[in-house]
Design a binder for this molecule. Structure first.
Ligand SMILES: [Zn+2]
Length: 420
């Protein structure tokens, strides 16, 4: 059920699966498109749907719970190198078996001998006399120190167990009555209780959220739940303003990992459904309110309303829809605003080009598939949806045979891939 609200495949990650009782490859899906090459733009506490490739069991983690989604300096600032194992640089955080967590203050080089001056929290940041060690197999990896430094541990971090003196990886987090960090050392899975951070129970979070919302006139239409300290709110709200207001309230609930708002805006009885400027500016920050539709559903909604866009591409950003393509009926841009205008979005951007030369070669609607083939000059465009990639390839062949042109752009959605 929840999967449909996370339509965008993001990345793969090795995570401990509670059902398989083993580390498995998980597929991670997001609600909006993120760029892994631009980590600064990935906001924390955004929910991600994580599905085990083997047993399809799923869990929700958030963007700040994955090591690989953090900014470049994150490991250097939060994790430690190991005294005796690591190649140290000035400023590095370091774990020393005798003194605990410290910092490399200075490095001295004397005739090929390197010694380090270190300061330690346990010594009230006093520097100890320069020390050196011998090892020719040094690493530059930063480690999560287990069990001494477990607050804010993230999946994918390298881990170092200070009692067993071995290296491993953080492979999961669990949030229940107790909050645990799951780490893999060799073939062993260890569960370490996170006592460093304070979390509220699901019941306490839910009670708090309901108390904050109970005076809202549409409170009866809301379903508020908490699973693993993630607050989810599903229901109908009268308009975008109410949705933004609700979002502010939900985000003020303390000690939540993330929130998921799945809201429908009640059908407007107003004839004029075009988004007004007032609504466009009523919410300033990109928010977590999500449109309970995916790209294909939006495309289907357009087709249902006789809005045909060719070479059609639909993109989502938070609360924003961006549509590109060609059209040959001049009323189309305005009709798009009418049809999509009552969705909970802040803006609707269109980059559509009018092409009078577009000719329909074939429209087929059967067995739940919809295919339209058109020509635009020397280019053949195919839009619609089919169930399998085989049907998609077949449409290309059909378009070539029908037009005897080889420049074919096939934009068909494949619907079976969209069922998670
Ligand atoms: Zn599994």
């Amino acid at each position: 059920m929840l999967a449909q609200y996370f339509p965008i495949y993001f990345f793969d990650c090795d995570i401990y699966c509670e059902r398989c009782r083993a580390v498995q490859k998980f597929k991670i899906f997001s609600q909006v498109e993120y760029d892994k090459h631009d980590l600064n733009k990935i906001l924390p506490a955004k929910p991600l749907y994580c599905k085990c490739d083997k047993c399809e069991n799923f869990t929700i983690y958030t963007t700040d719970e994955f090591a690989e989604l953090q900014e470049q300096d994150y490991a250097k600032n939060s994790l430690c190198k190991i005294w005796g194992l690591s190649n140290l640089e000035t400023g590095d955080r370091v774990w020393h078996s005798e003194y605990g967590i410290g910092r490399v203050e200075n490095i001295f080089n004397n005739k090929g001998n390197t010694s380090y001056s270190l300061s330690f929290l346990s010594l009230e940041n006093q520097t100890i006399p320069p020390q050196s060690f011998n090892d020719d197999k040094l690493t530059s990896i930063f480690y999560r120190i287990i069990p001494q430094n477990i607050a804010n541990a993230k999946i994918g971090e390298n881990a170092y167990h200070t009692e067993q003196k071995c290296e491993g990886k953080i492979v999961g987090l669990s949030f229940g009555e107790k909050n645990n960090i799951i780490a893999k050392f060799g073939n062993e899975i260890l569960t370490i209780e996170n006592t460093e951070e304070n979390f509220l129970s699901n019941e306490a979070i839910e009670k708090n959220a309901k108390w904050r919302c109970e005076n809202l006139p549409f409170f009866e239409d809301l379903e508020i739940n908490t699973i693993s300290q993630i607050l989810s709110v599903q229901g109908k709200v009268p308009n975008l303003k109410a949705a933004c207001n609700l979002e502010t309230i939900i985000n003020s609930v303390p000690h939540i990992r993330s929130s998921i708002l799945l809201l429908d805006i009640q059908e407007s009885t107003d004839e004029n459904k075009v988004i007004s400027d007032d609504l466009l500016t009523s919410s300033s920050e990109p928010t977590k309110i999500i449109i309970t539709k995916n790209n294909l559903e939006l495309y289907k909604l357009l087709i249902k309303n006789e809005i045909h866009i060719y070479n059609c591409k639909i993109q989502f950003a938070p609360q924003e829809i961006f549509i590109t393509g060609f059209y040959c009926d001049k009323s189309i841009p305005e009709r798009i605003y009418t049809v999509l205008g009552n969705l909970p979005i802040k803006s609707l951007k269109l980059d559509l080009k009018f092409r009078s030369e577009i000719k329909i070669l074939k429209t087929s609607l059967k067995n739940g598939n919809f295919v339209r083939i058109v020509s635009s000059g020397e280019t053949i465009l195919i839009d619609g949806w089919v169930k399998t990639s085989k049907q998609k390839s077949f449409a290309t062949i059909e378009a070539i045979l029908r037009s005897l042109k080889f420049n074919v752009k096939n934009n068909l959605y494949i619907t079976l891939n969209n069922v998670l």
